[in-house]
Design a protein around this ligand. Structure first.
Ligand code: SAM
Ligand code: SF4
Length: 337
């Protein structure tokens, strides 16, 4: 293997992994305050001039697709639906050749209203985060009484054809850990695909505790009390979720065991924050400032070179279980989950 970053072509790292899946955070702000993500009072948000403009985002995504081999683009945040230019950004990215697949990770609030326009603009798929079906728990967990809005968003996404609609759930001990079977029943009944994610040390409050985290093993055991889960014959590839057929299929359920069964060896992600920093990993402690380069007049070739260099330095794994693990300074909401 070569010892220096490549000066052309795809985003490869020193371990031979190739990043084809770009996660773009459109804002660090959010209209919910999920306890595992943000404190009640919110965070010191990025100032307007610090955010990439719509045109800057489209330029960077275009060069990632045209010059760096990116084939999947996922918009996230913060809450991406609160970014005013979202529909136009999606339309511009859908016009890039070769057309990338375009998806969105959202809390679903307002998606019922926006889904048709997003679909028309070129959005292919959506993941909606929903951790509980109980209105009181939802309010406790997200600190906002918006369960109905999220359920309407899910229905709106399916009606607009943004299929398969996936649900992302995080379980927390003593809060909603008993809800895995109910969430799966709800998903199966509505034709949504449930994926349950192990909670990660990415909260701004640094409240994560490995010893109280609900593990993939526990999640699967809880699901098996009410469902038959059999191995999914489809190829997993670089997908973070390990999937099972529910009661023989075709319904599926996924578990994302980022902590107990890390999938770093197959990771194909590269990340762009709302203020234009490239991150090689959710847990990276280094970033590469594309915004300064872009605003300083760098051409596409120079931006591509910087992006390749940033990815070359990607670490082999996130190291959560390593005693020297350091939680990144940016919380999940400012990285883009
Ligand atoms: N606001 C959007 C949403 O909630 O889907 C997009 C951003 S959010 C940071 C992306 C995903 O990260 C959500 O599914 C959320 O549940 C998940 N998430 C946030 N904090 C997490 C944590 N500490 N551990 C695991 N997943 C987390
Ligand atoms: Fe907002 Fe998503 Fe974080 Fe919840 S997980 S506070 S919806 S960014």
């Amino acid at each position: 293997m070569s010892v220096a970053p490549r000066t052309d072509g795809v985003l490869v790292d020193r371990y031979g992994r190739v990043a084809r899946d770009l996660r773009v955070s459109l804002t660090d702000k959010c209209n919910l305050r999920c306890t595992y993500c943000m404190p009640a009072e919110g965070l010191p948000w990025l100032a307007g001039p610090e955010l990439l403009t719509d045109a800057e985002i489209v330029r960077l995504v275009r060069l990632a697709v045209e010059r760096l081999g990116v084939t999947e683009v996922r918009f996230t945040g913060g809450e991406p639906l609160i970014r005013a230019g979202l529909v136009d950004i999606v339309a511009s990215v859908a016009a890039v050749e070769p057309r990338p697949r375009i998806s969105l990770t959202t809390n679903g609030i307002g998606l019922d209203r926006l889904a048709p326009a997003l679909r028309t603009a070129g959005l292919d798929r959506v993941n909606v985060s929903l951790d509980t079906l109980d209105p009181a728990r939802f309010t406790q967990l997200t600190r906002r009484p918006r369960l109905d809005a999220v359920l309407a968003g899910l229905a709106g996404a399916a009606a607009a054809g943004l299929n398969p609609v996936k649900i992302n759930s995080v379980l927390m001990r003593g809060v909603n850990e008993d809800e895995a079977p109910a969430l799966l029943r709800f998903a199966v009944d509505h034709g949504y695909q449930l994926r349950i994610i192990e909670q990660m040390p990415l909260d701004a409050q640094h409240g994560w505790d490995r010893s109280t985290m609900v593990t993939a093993e526990e999640i699967l055991a809880a699901l098996r009390t009410q469902f038959d889960l059999s191995p999914d014959p489809t190829e997993r590839g670089a997908a973070p979720a390990e999937t099972w057929l529910v009661d023989g299929g075709p319904a599926r359920v996924g578990v994302i065991a980022s902590v107990t069964r890390p999938f770093c060896g197959d990771c194909d992600r590269t990340r762009l924050t709302a203020d234009g920093q490239v991150r090689a990993c959710l847990f990276a402690t280094e970033e590469s400032d594309l915004r300064a380069a872009l605003r300083g007049g760098a051409d596409d070739e120079e931006l591509a070179r910087r992006w390749r260099t940033a990815m070359w330095g990607k670490r082999a794994g996130h190291g959560i279980d390593d005693p020297t693990f350091l939680q990144p300074a940016r919380p999940m909401s400012a990285i883009g989950g």
